[in-house]
Design a protein. Structure first.
Length: 444
């Protein structure tokens, strides 16, 4: 029987486990599947941990999420086509839930599909090699320290790319008297109450961690961008300045001449696609972009069609795009989708990569990733979902952010699966200090 190894049980790993389970439910014979997960539980990044640095076994902590993290995009844009929010919660809920609520939703589908049985927890993949016909996967059980090597016909890498921080260095860091941390280790904005905070970066982490610090009472928040500013209308007490030059004592000096006293520097400088367990010929080498090269349909490794990557793109679309990828990967593995010739594959990848390279703004990027997701969706039996509505939602969401970065999360969107219109949350995001599921679910 065909054997498939899946690495990681975050949203992408769970998507492909669900894809196989759905095929089985429909009467197909599915391959033998093993999913390796180095954490003790499933959900990947959504599985919050207070830990930073190393875990109790000495391994790097993969978690990057923090307390009070609320979805930064409408939940309707990430809804599963086969498991709606209405089905999970039995009542309509607002469009921007906190982490715990989305985590509950992700796990709801996984529990319903009964896929936990495929996952080997506390098991780190230490090496993956291709021997010409099979993948040799070596693992370490972190609890009892046992080493194992097993052979598989297919390998699905779903180990994520927002877990290993990219940490730049600036002059003066060694002697800076305050705290320097990467967003990966940020856990609680309360720590920065009454502090002068400098945040470096201009993407989602910089935006959200800055807003968190402001919301929970930082004295000032100064964001240093490197290339393009985010350009939102920041509230009083927040500002965006050009590129950090150096630190002198506790002073941050920027290349535009701006100077700012700082108690803490938070590096929101992104993450590395880091696969230390993969041999070089199997390793995806890319920055965070919408169409990493060498992946046919954004999924199948160009140099070895028995290897798939899930969720390696920079993302507007998330869970339902991962699902479309997972359903596609499943059908390649189950031989329902035939791979085209090497020339066709090369042509297809080049087309998407070159189209991505000329995108100029978020609206064009949304269109690009929507077209990609729709293209994948058309190739499998992933259930019906309205990607045109999702496209429109993303564009409105961008406009809401431009209008007011403090209020964009108070808007309501409609479901691309059920049509349900989300109620407005009882407390505007800027005033909602309690992010627990209990408080969120109360109607008042
Ligand atoms: P991203 O989206 O990969 O962004 C990384 C940011 O880091 C980006 O703005 C970069 O600026 C910036 N960067 C990189 N190096 C530096 C240096 N040396 N100095 C200043 N700024 C730097 O990562 P995020 O953590 O923001 O988001 C990850 C995911 O989390 C995201 O998809 C959301 O779903 C949540 P650049 O544009 O290159 O100048």
């Amino acid at each position: 029987m065909t054997k498939v190894a899946i690495i990681g049980s975050g949203p992408c790993g769970l998507s492909i486990l669900r894809a196989f389970q759905q095929a089985e439910e429909k009467g197909h014979i599915i391959p033998e599947i093993v999913c390796y997960e180095k954490q003790k539980d499933w959900g990947g990044l959504w599985n919050y941990s207070w830990r930073t640095g190393s875990d109790q076994y000495g391994d790097p902590v993969p978690n990057s999420m923090y307390r009070y993290l609320w979805s930064n995009g409408p939940k309707e844009c990430l809804e599963f086509a086969d498991y709606s929010f209405d089905e999970h919660f039995n009542q309509p809920i607002p469009s921007f839930p906190p982490r715990e609520v989305l985590y509950d939703y992700i796990l709801g589908r996984a529990k319903k599909a009964n896929i936990k049985k495929y996952i080997k927890f506390n098991t780190t993949v230490t090496q993956a090699k291709y021997n010409g016909s099979q993948f040799e996967i070596s693992t370490l059980n972190k609890i009892d320290n046992t080493l194992n090597t097993n052979n598989f016909d297919y390998l699905v890498v779903a180990s994520g790319h927002f877990s290993v921080p990219y940490i730049p260095e600036y002059d003066g860091m060694k002697s800076f008297p305050g705290r320097i941390l990467h967003g990966h280790d940020f856990r609680d904005a309360e720590e920065f109450r009454n502090k002068d905070v400098v945040v470096l970066g201009s993407s989602y982490s910089a935006e959200d961690i800055s807003l968190q610090c402001y919301k929970y009472g930082a004295k000032s928040v100064t964001i240093g961008y490197r290339n393009n500013p985010m350009g939102f209308k920041w509230p009083d007490g927040m500002k965006e300045v050009y590129y950090l030059d150096r630190l002198e004592g506790n002073k941050a000096i920027f290349k535009d001449g701006h100077e700012q006293n700082a108690d803490a520097i938070i590096l929101c400088s992104g993450y590395l696609h880091h696969f230390p367990y993969l041999e070089d010929t199997l390793k995806l080498k890319t920055g965070n972009r919408l169409y990493p090269p060498k992946l046919y349909k954004g999924v199948v490794w160009q140099d070895n069609h028995k290897m798939m990557y899930l969720g390696m793109q920079d993302q507007f679309h998330t869970f339902n795009m991962f699902d479309c990828q997972a359903w596609f990967a499943r059908d390649v593995i189950m031989d329902k989708i035939k791979m085209p010739s090497d020339e066709e594959i090369e042509k297809n990848i080049s087309k998407w990569v070159s189209e991505e390279e000329i995108l100029e703004d978020p609206i064009q990027m949304i269109d690009f990733q929507t077209e990609y997701t729709k293209d994948l969706h058309a190739s499998s039996d992933y259930p019906k979902i309205n990607f045109e509505l999702i496209r429109e939602h993303f564009k409105n969401w961008e406009h809401h952010k431009e209008e007011d970065i403090m209020t964009y999360r108070n808007n309501s969107f409609s479901s691309p699966v059920t049509g349900t219109i989300a109620p407005i949350h009882h407390t505007p995001w800027a005033e909602a200090m309690d992010d627990s599921m209990d408080t969120f679910m109360k109607s008042k």
